[in-house]
Ligand binder design. Structure first.
Ligand code: NDP
Length: 245
């Protein structure tokens, strides 16, 4: 038996494209109340409008996960608009792969700020609310790159290893009423690799992404994790294309 998602309030960071968008659409159609956050507000509004058109409830919120105040306001919006925050999906992320020798410090900083600090700000905003409610579930999106490192992925992998470490610590500390799930995808067809500035690595990424799976495959994994009975904590799902090593 699954715990029905209908009526649950789900806040998703990075909901303007890719995995976040697919998750918003899937859980919105299943009857959850969705709070969509990202910087590209018009895209969020379009996705929220689509969810509402199919009979769901959704709200677009301007969010920059690098800004702690913005993340706090995002979580509070779930409360003011829908009266609860049942599930937070810390999904926003950037993958700016490059060899360390290129010393792209701005890109290192951005990955650390979005992928690690953004997740921590999300936990910092949601945990007190969930403790007050006596229930909650945080889903953190890591990666296959959070399990292994390749050339060019030292910093990105470092951030995704960190997401897994933080999630495990959260799981141990949060207590039995609050669940946590790590989602670790392999190659998924999204805008993620488009921002790589290193020409060689961008080319290699193109080859790897030729066999990528679609974002809804990851949304289905998230749906599985958040629809289990309240005493079942799906700790991690590692999911990749059959063609990926
Ligand atoms: P996309 O590039 O399609 O989505 C990334 C999302 O993050 C966008 O909605 C973007 O919104 C948001 N984002 C980026 N920076 C910020 C910020 N400062 N504040 C708020 N939102 C931000 O890629 P994916 O859907 O693939 O990425 C989602 C997650 O999945 C990431 O954590 C990524 O690392 C992870 N992942 C993806 C894999 C893949 O192969 N695609 C594999 C493994 C993990 P906006 O620009 O509008 O702010």
């Amino acid at each position: 038996m699954t715990d029905n998602i209908k009526g649950k309030v789900v806040a998703i960071t990075g909901a303007s494209s890719g995995i976040g968008e697919a998750t918003a659409r899937r859980l919105g159609q299943a009857g959850a109340k969705i709070v969509l956050g990202a910087r590209r507000f018009e895209r969020l509004e379009r996705i929220a409008a689509d969810i509402i058109l199919t009979g769901g409830e959704a709200l677009a919120v301007d969010l920059d996960v690098m800004d702690r105040g913005s993340v706090d306001a995002f979580a509070e919006t779930a409360i003011s608009k829908f009266g609860a925050l049942d599930i937070l999906v810390n999904n926003a992320g950037v993958m700016l792969l490059s060899p360390l020798a290129e010393v792209k410090v701005d890109e290192w900083d951005r990955m650390i700020d979005v992928n690690i600090k953004g997740v921590l700000y999300g936990i910092g905003a949601a945990l007190p609310i969930m403790q007050r409610q006596g229930r909650g579930h945080i889903v953190n999106v890591s990666s296959v790159a959070g399990h292994r490192v390749g050339p060019g992925s030292a910093v990105y992998s470092g951030t995704k290893f960190a997401v897994r470490a933080i999630s495990e610590g959260f799981r141990q500390e949060a207590g039995p009423a609050i669940r946590s799930t790590i989602i670790s995808p392999g190659a998924v067809t999204t805008e993620l690799p488009n921002h790589i500035t290193d020409a060689k690595i961008a080319e290699a990424a193109k080859a790897m992404y030729s066999t990528a799976i679609d974002a809804d495959a990851i949304a289905r994994a998230i749906e599985y994790a958040v629809t289990q009975p309240a005493n079942v904590d799906v700790n991690e799902i590692l999911i990749r294309p059959t063609a990926q090593q």
